[in-house]
Design a protein around this ligand. Structure first.
Ligand code: NOJ
Length: 764
């Protein structure tokens, strides 16, 4: 370590001299970058090939696992490799003291003392959990999203972690895929904005500060398009979808200076993402000029053997390294194969050097060489983890994430006194499920349940009955959840309680472990006997408020038709019960909007708002030959962007000055939004476009702007939007961004189905 500092100090003097000599030719940023490059180069020049490959090697820690554990890699080997400088990073080591232990070996016992970068899945919080990412996305509140990631970074960094494997920016149109809970939904525009907010939150303005951490845009690329929503499956999509739907949030992440990328388990058009040099070299590191590093996903390098893309581990190592996967997470192939492969000439040393430089660069930027123990302060850990201010922010985020799907008889908000409330459903009393499936650093059963939250409102009588189980069996992180209960023994009690109640609040849906990685489903109904219970209760009392808990859109057509009030409450993290109670009692007026379409049934999937019109979009002649199903409508159950409020909003004065614009113009639009109801509230005003005729057909609607605005009762605000080249163009099938003259429609309103539209023509 001392040795490195000495060499680096000399380099610094040389570089600074060089910079000042150029008499202000470079900006300060340029100088900083130059200094950084010098530091990296000088360290690289000291390294043996074994030490270089060591930097490209990432091992899991000693206790938690977040993937199938490989046979190799016992603790003894890991300690040995730490001492030899053969590990660049560890994941799943946590706690200031534990991280200090491994860091100390790397820094004080290895020859060059290069510090480790410590990774962890800080997905929606660390110990204090915010809502699952899909739920947070429903807030459309970029400030709150950034703050949520900021708090996650503060807690994680206080626990020794300096790198999160988040945000997941995979766009997905398939709710059968369990990981939709981890993303921002189906739309590339919203997804890009949220990716940027999360990256800013994690990385802050100064990555070297002790409470900021490096972010990781994952999974590059197209994992969200896994065929049939089946986990780890093949992906075969065309150029237009790849460039216009999948890539934009990743590109936005690069532009927001994300420090790392993770590749993906899936293959893309026949080539596994991990060994895909088109993705990693041509696009990411080439076209987008990304200068951070790419980590593989867990064992995804060896998995290329199962894909039938690599013959053996040796070949897998060659393919991955050449394709631009810089760090090997838990495949053990870089550490076992790469040195030999370089010596044999099968992998060029320049490939290794490039990867190592990328990794060292991030370590320097994190300030790990200045103080490798900066994240290992016990006092800091004690003060920050689970801090009450973090819980308050988690509660705020949870309320903002709730979407009111239906309130046809104004059952909500509930009256605060004089009512008999029956609360039914196993999830209502569950303090574990709301934590979701990404929660390793949190304590089991640490969420406020809905029952606990509702008990705080003492003006009504509240009786709780379980009715049926949502999950039985083992709910540990890596185990399956059994949802096949047949036990109706508690139905009777629940039904008789419901019969006597003024209002029945039913908390139904998926357990937190029923979505997330490895949790694909083919049915999107209410698991187990919950649907049956709902229908039985409905027979005795129609005043039902259905509170949904779920990590993905559900197909709940019967409920949408029959139940008067439906609240989408996802899995809302630590403060779940308080958030739900405050919303249903009207202390918080919901403003969330769906970031993903809810299908009527699974057969409609993939269903999304930005579909193509087809050649036969309408049933003009009332005959069979048009694009539709015989057994279900084309429309979704709830569209993207949908979400109600306890108040009502009216739109007027949609203002678009001209009817013709030139391609280089900034097109200014505005609309007035008035709160016409009886509650103060917030509305997400959304702007969509349609390019009517294009060389590559364009979707019927594309989100190109949104603004969350608060309006007091009776208040009117004018909301302004701009459209320009960037928002009106698209990627053609060569991957080039183009803007074409022609006719466009623009729509503004409170959901993707708004009917308010204007038209304009774009000319050269
Ligand atoms: C596999 C997941 O796909 C990835 O998202 C995660 O970061 C790693 N495991 C590490 O836990």
């Amino acid at each position: 370590m001392k040795h490195i500092k000495h060499i680096i100090a000399i380099c610094l003097i040389i570089v600074l001299y060089g910079c000042f000599d150029k008499k202000n030719n470079s900006s300060m940023i340029g100088i900083k970058e130059q200094i950084l490059e010098e530091k990296v180069d000088s360290l690289l020049s000291l390294m043996t090939i074994e030490e270089k490959v060591g930097q490209m090697n990432q091992y899991n820690g000693f206790w938690d696992v977040t993937g199938p554990a490989p046979e190799e890699g016992n603790a003894e080997l890991k300690y040995e490799h730490l001492k030899m400088g053969y590990i660049g990073s560890m994941l799943n080591v946590r706690g200031a003291e534990e991280v200090r232990k491994v860091q100390k070996i790397a820094v004080e016992e290895s020859r060059l003392g290069i510090p480790l970068i410590i990774g962890f899945d800080v997905i929606h919080g660390y110990k204090t959990l915010s809502p699952i990412p899909l739920a947070e996305a429903a807030s459309w509140d970029l400030t709150a999203l950034e703050k949520s990631a900021r708090i996650a970074a503060i807690e994680a960094s206080a626990s020794g972690i300096n790198w999160t494997f988040a945000p997941m920016v995979d766009i997905s149109r398939d709710p059968r895929w369990g990981r939709v809970m981890e993303g921002a939904g189906e739309d590339p525009f919203l997804g890009s904005a949220i990716a940027v907010a999360r990256i800013k939150g994690f990385q802050g303005d100064d990555l070297s500060a002790p409470n900021t951490i490096a972010a990781c845009a994952k999974h590059f690329a197209a994992y969200g398009f896994s065929e049939a929503g089946k986990e780890y499956n093949t992906v075969d999509i065309g150029t237009s979808t790849l460039h216009n739907i999948v890539f934009p949030p990743f590109k936005a992440a690069v532009d927001a200076d994300v420090k790392t990328f993770m590749n993906a388990f899936n293959e893309l058009n026949g080539v596994p993402a991990t060994g895909n040099s088109y993705l990693q070299r041509d696009i990411l590191k080439g076209k987008w000029d990304f200068n951070g590093f790419v980590v593989s996903d867990w064992a995804s390098i060896t998995e290329m053997i199962h894909w039938g893309h690599a013959k053996n581990k040796k070949e897998a190592a060659i393919l991955a390294a050449n394709a631009g996967s810089d760090m090997d997470m838990e495949s053990y192939v870089y550490i076992n194969e790469l040195v030999r492969l370089v010596k044999e000439g099968a992998v060029k040393e320049s490939i290794i050097d490039d990867a190592v430089k990328r990794i060292l660069r991030v370590k320097f930027e994190l300030g790990l060489f200045d103080d490798p123990y900066k994240y290992c302060n016990l006092e800091n850990e004690k003060n920050n983890i689970g801090n009450p201010a973090h819980r308050a922010a988690a509660l705020d985020m949870a309320k903002k994430s709730i979407v009111l799907l239906k309130n046809s008889t104004q059952l909500l908000p509930l009256k605060k006194e004089g009512q008999k409330i029956a609360l039914i459903g196993a999830l209502a009393a569950d303090s574990n499920s709301p934590l979701g499936s990404w929660r390793i650093a949190s304590d089991n059963n640490s969420a406020i349940s809905v029952l606990e939250g509702m008990k705080k409102y003492t003006g009504n009588s509240l009786t709780y009955k379980k009715g049926t189980d949502v999950s039985i069996g083992n709910t540990e992180f890596i185990k399956h959840v059994n949802i096949n209960t047949t036990d109706r023994s508690e139905f009777k009690d629940a039904i008789s309680t419901a019969k006597k109640a003024d209002v029945v609040v039913m908390v139904l849906g998926e357990h937190g472990f029923q979505s997330g990685e490895g949790r694909s489903r083919t049915k999107l109904d209410l698991p187990g006997l919950q649907q049956e219970l709902l229908e039985e209760i409905y027979k005795v009392n129609k005043n039902i408020v259905l509170v949904l808990n779920n990590g993905r859109p559900l197909a709940i057509e019967w409920a949408a038709e029959n139940i008067p009030t439906i609240v989408e409450a996802w899995q809302l993290g630590t403060e779940t019960g308080n958030a739900v109670a405050q919303v249903i009692y009207g202390d918080y007026n919901p403003s969330g909007k769906l970031p993903m379409t809810f299908p009527r049934n699974v057969g409609q999937i993939p269903i999304y708002y930005n579909y193509k019109n087809t050649g036969r979009p309408i049933d003009k002649d009332n005959n069979v030959f048009w694009s539709h199903y015989l057994d279900v409508k084309n429309t979704p159950l709830y569209p993207f962007g949908h979400g109600l409020s306890y108040t009502t909003f009216e739109y007027s004065n949609f203002n678009l000055k001209e009817s013709i614009y030139s391609i280089n113009d900034t097109i200014k639009l505005s609309i007035d939004v008035t709160n016409t109801g009886n509650y103060d509230g917030k509305e997400v005003v959304q702007l969509y476009i349609r390019d009517l005729v294009a060389s590559i057909t364009r979707p019927v609607r594309e989100l190109k702007g949104f603004e969350l605005t608060a309006l007091k009762i009776g208040e009117t605000k004018t909301i302004h939007f701009n459209l320009n080249k960037e928002t009106l163009g698209y990627y053609n099938n060569n991957g080039d961004f183009v803007i074409e003259p022609g006719d466009y429609k623009v729509f503004i309103g409170g959901s993707s189905t708004t009917k308010l539209e204007r038209k304009f023509t774009l000319i050269n």
